[in-house]
Write a protein that binds this ligand. Sequence first.
Ligand code: M6R
Length: 357
Amino acid sequence: GKGTYPYYMIKEIDEQPAVMRKLVQQYQNDEGQLEINEDIISEIKESDRVYIIACGTSYNAGWAGKQLIERIAGIHTEVHLSSEFAYNTPLLTENPFFIFLSQSGETADSRQVLVQVNQAGYPSLTLTNVSGSTLSREAKYTLLLHAGPEIAVASTKAYTAQIAVLAILSECIANSKGFESFIDVAHELSIIANAIETVIDDHEIFDHLSVTHLSSSKNAFYIGRGIDYYVVMEAALKLKEVSYVQAEGWASGELKHGTIALIEDNTPVISIITDEVTGPHTRGNAHEVVSRGAHSMIISMEGLDRKGDAYVLPKVHDLMTPLISVIPTQLIAYYTALHRGNDVDKPRNLAKSVTVE
Ligand code: M6R
C-alpha cells in the first residue's frame, strides 16, 4: 500500500535512493565487484551496435543509457521508439544486439519489435521491473530493475533504475574488454543515492515553484543540451501526463529555430544545466527567452551554478547526471498535478501498461 503517502507517485519518487542502493547490492559479487551474467556481456561485446528499443519514459531512459554504453563500454548505440522501429526499421549493422527497456515488460509496441527480432535470430536483452513478464520471457536475456512494484501510472523509479542498470552493464562490458576504468559505477551510485535524498529533502522548493509558476500556466518549456536534453524530454513528458500542462522538452539551441515563437509574458521555461561544456550556451538561450517575457528558472549543478539559479543540484559524476537532474522535474510534475486537483496516480486517458499497439 501507499502507507502514509497521499499518492503512490510521491512514495515511488521517495524510494529512489533505496533503489539505487539495492541495485548495487544486487549486481555485486562476493568480492564486491559489479558483475553481470557472462553470456550477456560476451554477446554484447561481439555485437557491432546496440539498439535500444522502448516507449515513453523507458525510451527517455534509453538516451541516458546510450551515453553510458558509448562512453563507458565504447559500443555504438542507437535509441528507437518501438512503434516507429517496428514498421520503419532502419538499416541494421551486421551484428546487432537489442536491448528492450520496459518497466512492465508488457508493452505491446515493444513486443512487436521483439517478435521481429526473434524471427531474425538477433540476440536480445530485456531490462524490466517484472520478472516473468512477456518481454522478459521472450527475450534471450533479462536483467531486473529491482525497483519494487511501480503503481503510479507516471513512471519515476523505473526511469532511474533503468539508467542505473545500464551504467552497471556498461561498466561490466568495459571491464571485460580490459578498458582502463575511469568510473566506479558502484561508488557513483552510492553518491547518487545520497544526492537524491538531498533533493527530496528540498521538496518544498519545488512545491513552491509549482504553485507559483506552473499550476496556473497553460504551457511550459524545459530546455537543455546534450545529456541535459535527454532529461528535459523526460521532464516534459512527466509534466504533461500528470499535470496536463502542455510541455515541451527542447534542445535549447533549437529554440530560436521556431519554438521561441511560443514564448509569451510569464511562459515558464525551466533550464537544466549539468553539462560544463554546454551550460553557458543554455544560459544564453535562457537569456534569450527572458527578453521575450518568459519566466526563466535554472536548475544547475554545484560548480556550474550562478547567483539567482532556482535550484543547485549536488555534484555527481558527469555521465550520471540524469539520475539526479530528473528528481526536481518529477517533484515539479507531482506538485503541479496536486495543486491542479488531478488524480496524480491515475491521469486521464492513461493506463499503467499499454498492451495494445
Ligand atoms: O512498461 P514500459 O516501460 O514499457 O512503459 C512504457 C511507457 O508506456 C511508459 O513509460 C509511459 O510513458 C509512462 N506512463 C510514463 O510515465
